[in-house]
Design a binder for this molecule. Structure first.
Ligand code: CP
Ligand code: NVA
Length: 304
């Protein structure tokens, strides 16, 4: 059974198919095409954390493809101990063709998938956000075409989004640089594992955001305190104060550079209004692309 739990489980060829299928379905929708490729299929989403983009993009995707979406909070589904995880997975898998999970624990998604008997997609965990990173590469391709030789500079917390971006950049041999305070870097063991798995990977970390963006085609950021880290918000705002994406930092990037943010944004913290609403920002086309990418993943999973 094919799952999308970590991008490291996918091949470069599979990623190419998903991106190409996404482009076809997006172009088709622009002409008014909503092909019922998944008629009668059920997509169930179980989320332990809030979501706007992931939840609604998958609901819109399954609706446009002729299927039906069901949503449950983790608590409603019984992930907080009402019954065993394996039992929840077996029961939900019996009703569903594909299940999207948003969790704290990456291991929970792995364990769930082992028992679900249907496709399982990671809709964000503390460790990874694969659907986001696929969307971001799709958005970069729309902006630049071929991504060979391009650089993505990620300025901010070495979190789930950064980890998935590092993975997809390593796979596709896009140069990836993280700028973060020392205590918030991506785990070096992840970068080493990626270098081993993808010998063409070009991954680096620095503490200097100006160095990071100096050759960047994409300047990317995410919130400084992720879901589950709310109690660290004040400390993190202090620690990341020099890492805001503002007009001065964007001005240090090449003029053709574009700005991406997975959203939700904390305006005035990790990014200023003039950048996220400015001419270099692709943050809102990027958010729309979550839906097109969700359709591309679903069409690929069901080989349709
Ligand atoms: N980018 C993203 O995953 O947004 P949500 O948390 O709103 O789903
Ligand atoms: N790093 C953020 C991403 C939100 C889409 C979080 O985990 O809250």
């Amino acid at each position: 059974m094919q799952h999308v739990i970590s991008l490291r489980d996918l091949t470069r060829e599979q990623v190419e198919v998903i991106l190409n299928r996404t482009a076809e379905l997006k172009a088709g929708l622009a002409r008014g095409a909503r092909p019922p490729l998944l008629q009668g299929r059920v997509l169930t989403q179980v989320f332990e954390k809030p979501s706007l983009r992931t939840r609604v993009s998958f609901e819109a995707a399954i609706a446009q493809l002729g299927g039906y979406g069901v949503f449950l909070s983790g608590k409603e589904a019984g992930l907080e101990g009402r019954e065993s995880l394996a039992d929840v997975a077996r029961v939900l898998g019996g009703y569903s063709d594909v299940i999207v999970l948003r969790t704290f624990s990456q291991q929970l998604i792995e364990d769930f998938a082992a028992h679900a008997g249907c496709h399982v997609i990671n809709g964000l965990s503390d460790a990874a956000h694969p659907c986001q990173a696929l969307t971001d590469i799709f958005t970069m391709r729309e902006a630049f075409g071929d991504l060979a030789g391009r650089t993505l500079a990620y300025v901010g917390d070495g979190n789930n989004v950064a980890a998935s971006l590092a993975t997809i950049c390593a796979m596709l041999e896009i140069r990836f640089v993280v700028a973060a305070p020392d205590a918030y870097r991506l785990d070096e063991s992840l970068l080493d594992a990626l270098r081993q798995q993808f010998p063409g990977a070009i991954l680096s970390q620095t503490m200097d955001p100006y160095t990071a963006v100096s050759n960047a085609d994409i300047v990317y950021t995410d919130v400084w305190a992720s879901m589950g880290q709310e109690s660290q918000k004040t400390a993190r705002e202090k620690d990341f104060a020099d890492y805001q994406i503002n007009s001065a930092l964007m001005g240090a990037a090449p003029v053709h550079a574009r700005f991406l943010h997975c959203l939700p944004a904390r305006r005035g913290l990790e990014v200023t209004d003039d950048v996220i609403d400015g001419p270099q920002s692709l943050a809102f086309p990027q958010a729309e692309n979550r839906m097109h990418l969700a359709k591309g993943i679903l069409a690929w999973l069901f080989n349709t």
